[in-house]
Design a protein around this ligand. Structure first.
Ligand SMILES: [Fe+2]
Ligand SMILES: [Fe+2]
Length: 226
């Protein structure tokens, strides 16, 4: 996901003969402490895209709310699922999502933030999760709608982590290391969550479609028999 999709250009050009003859340049000495921090700030500001810790924490508050909403959605969907395969996967993803929430909580604390603070984006996500959880649908559509809601939630969840990876080049060095560290812990799981959500929707939609045609067939045979 996030890291895999980032721009990693691989040049296919072979070095010129003259360049090959030159001795390999010595590794540059890396600056330390205040000089490194200043250098990172200058690079970020010169690109006009630096992101402050305060702004980052606002986003992370929102992303934590998304993970918390995911916990509630997986709990409800796993409880209602009658498909053993889907139910098992939901339960597994529920515990992974709980872990993602823990990872974000600890990262917010490490950046000096308060995990209990709700940014405006987090408040919006909490309301959205509440609305999703209170959605009333006919019984025969319940499991399909649960899967569709999870697909929406996982799309946002996936994008959140991708975003954290993308902006890691626009924050200070220590924050960058922290962001890249937490993204690498969850990225494979988030890929799996999104992929499975799509498959679950497809499987359950097919189940609804075929059960509808089965009932239409039996209604027809009843009419013929009458
Ligand atoms: Fe997650
Ligand atoms: Fe997820």
């Amino acid at each position: 996901m996030a890291r895999k999709t980032s721009n990693r250009s691989k040049s296919k050009d072979k070095p010129r003969a003259s360049a090959r003859k030159k001795a390999a340049p010595r590794a540059k000495k890396q600056p330390h402490g205040i000089i490194r921090t200043l250098r990172d700030k200058i690079i970020a500001y010169s690109e006009g895209q630096s992101i402050s810790n305060r702004k980052l924490l606002e986003f992370m508050s929102e992303f934590l709310a998304v993970e918390k909403g995911g916990i509630q959605l997986y709990t409800a969907a796993a409880k209602r699922s009658t498909d053993p395969e889907i139910k098992g996967v939901y339960e597994n993803f529920l515990s992974q999502t709980e872990n993602h929430a823990r990872i974000l909580t600890e990262a917010i604390e490490e950046l000096g933030g308060d995990p209990s603070y709700m940014s405006p984006g987090a408040v919006a996500q909490e309301k959205l999760a509440k609305a999703m959880l209170s959605l009333e649908v006919p019984k025969e559509l319940r499991e399909l709608k649960d899967a569709e809601l999870l697909l929406l939630a996982e799309t946002k969840d996936h994008m959140d982590w991708e975003f954290l990876d993308k902006i890691s080049s626009k924050v200070e060095q220590s924050t960058r290391e922290l962001l890249r560290g937490i993204v690498s812990q969850v990225e494979d799981e988030e890929d799996e969550h999104l992929e499975f959500a799509k498959k679950a929707v497809e499987k359950l939609a097919l189940r609804v479609a075929t059960s509808a045609s089965k009932s239409a067939q039996s209604a027809q045979s009843i009419r013929r028999a009458a």
